[in-house]
Design a protein around this ligand. Structure first.
Ligand SMILES: Cc1ncc(COP(=O)(O)O)c(C=O)c1O
Length: 391
């Protein structure tokens, strides 16, 4: 048995990336150990240092997205938080929204809430057997009262890359606002908001961007700046004499103290991503993923889900015939030291479409920037052993 009982190999980067570059940990330590002040809430030199660090992080996000100078970057607390900011901020009573079965609950649940409480209606585009969405279905679901189309750039279940640019053109033609959830693409592949043609793009800061938990980013195109109502109101450190929320970005949507230490960590993560280069990261993750899927394809009883899609990230989902995905993940952890994730991955409707809901979902392996080919070789040996023992 190739037991790795005392070792640990992290392959759950789609949940949150780990390890973080040492500079990320150092930046957080620097903030809490040496700065510690709130930005924009005092005129001290430390407060200005912190404010400059936050501005730097906004510029880095813009650089990563090839965004325009007058577009906005808003900081939130995770991918779910910024999706809520955008969805609740844009959708109004009676609106119609088009989304897809491939979405995470952080899109599906706010929409369901608005359906119940605000009387909006929601249409869901189906996916094919690889998890891919057909832009023509999005188009056919659109109605005169459609105010928003939202979909994830990359599925967190299968890693399939959706045709976001084609869908962007459809939204532009119909003058419908377009929100892209880039939680699984940002930091994994080049993302250009102008090419996509989106009005809003959201992402966690703690996944591909290598920042800490407690960070998320919302991009808003200049023309869409005024279309988002603030979900929260409160202190911004600016225009304190007025009783109404400032209309200027980012204050319109950022109330209360930001996760400043987290943003400084995120900035260090972004530096690492920008210096490494998206093409290089994408190539590395593709190499690991191809090695994994090729070897798994030869293993009896293993069913790969959605790995035939032409464009994918490194994320791989599978089932082992006759075994509960949670059981596989648990054995991988306890007997071999691999940390992966099993279940529905907060995307229940996609499992319904892929036919994997009844079996309890899939086992998901999500290699990241710091995994090696050796990690994949070891994982394949472990899976081979598990598959053999279960036959
Ligand atoms: C596609 C997608 N959207 C949104 C989220 C929510 O992100 P967070 O966990 O940062 O709230 C996730 C998290 O896994 C995701 O995969």
């Amino acid at each position: 048995m190739v037991s790795k009982e005392n070792s640990f190999c992290y392959l759950d980067n789609a949940a949150t990336s780990w390890p973080k570059p040492p500079a990320v940990v150092a930046a957080i330590q620097h903030f809490y150990g040496e700065l510690g002040v709130a930005a924009e809430r005092s005129g001290s030199s430390r407060a200005w240092t912190v404010e400059r660090a936050i501005q730097k992080c906004r510029r880095q996000v813009k650089e990563l997205l090839s965004s325009g100078t007058n577009d906005s970057v808003i900081f939130g607390f995770n991918g779910t938080d910024v999706l809520n900011l955008a969805i609740h901020g844009v959708v109004q009573a009676g609106d119609h929204v088009v989304t897809t079965v491939a979405e995470h609950n952080s899109t599906l649940r706010p929409l369901e809430y608005l359906r119940e409480h605000l009387g909006i209606s929601v249409s869901l585009a189906e996916c094919d057997s690889q998890g891919l969405i057909d832009p023509s279905e999005i188009q056919s679901l659109m109605r005169p009262d459609t105010s928003l189309v939202c979909l994830s750039h990359v599925s967190n279940v299968t890693g399939v890359v959706q045709p976001v640019e084609e869908i962007g053109k459809i939204c532009q033609d119909r003058e419908v606002l377009y929100l892209v959830d880039a939680a699984q693409s940002l930091g994994h592949l080049p993302v250009d908001v102008k090419q996509i043609g989106c009005d809003f793009l959201t992402s966690s800061g703690h996944k591909g961007l290598l920042g800490p938990l407690g960070t998320g980013v919302l991009y808003i195109a200049e023309e869409a700046n005024s279309s988002v109502r603030p979900l929260r109101q409160g202190g911004t450190g600016t225009q304190s004499q007025t009783s109404i929320q400032p209309v200027e970005m980012p204050y319109r949507l950022e109330s209360g103290n930001l996760n400043t230490g987290g943003i400084m960590g995120l900035s260090a993560g972004l530096t690492h991503v920008l210096e490494t280069g998206l093409t290089c990261i994408q190539r590395h993750e593709a190499t690991l993923s191809e090695k994994l899927t090729q070897a798994m394809g030869d293993l009896k009883k293993i069913r790969l889900i959605g790995t035939e899609a032409k464009q994918r990230t490194g994320t791989v989902s599978f089932q082992l015939e006759g075994a509960d995905p949670n059981q596989i993940a648990s054995v991988l952890d306890s007997a071999f030291g691999f940390q992966v994730r099993a279940g529905l991955h907060c995307a229940p409707k996609m499992h319904e479409s892929l036919g994997t809901l009844v079996d309890g979902g899939t086992v998901r392996i999500s290699p990241g920037l710091f995994n090696t080919e050796q990690d994949i070789d070891d994982l394949i040996s472990a899976l081979r052993e598990i598959a053999t023992n279960m036959s």
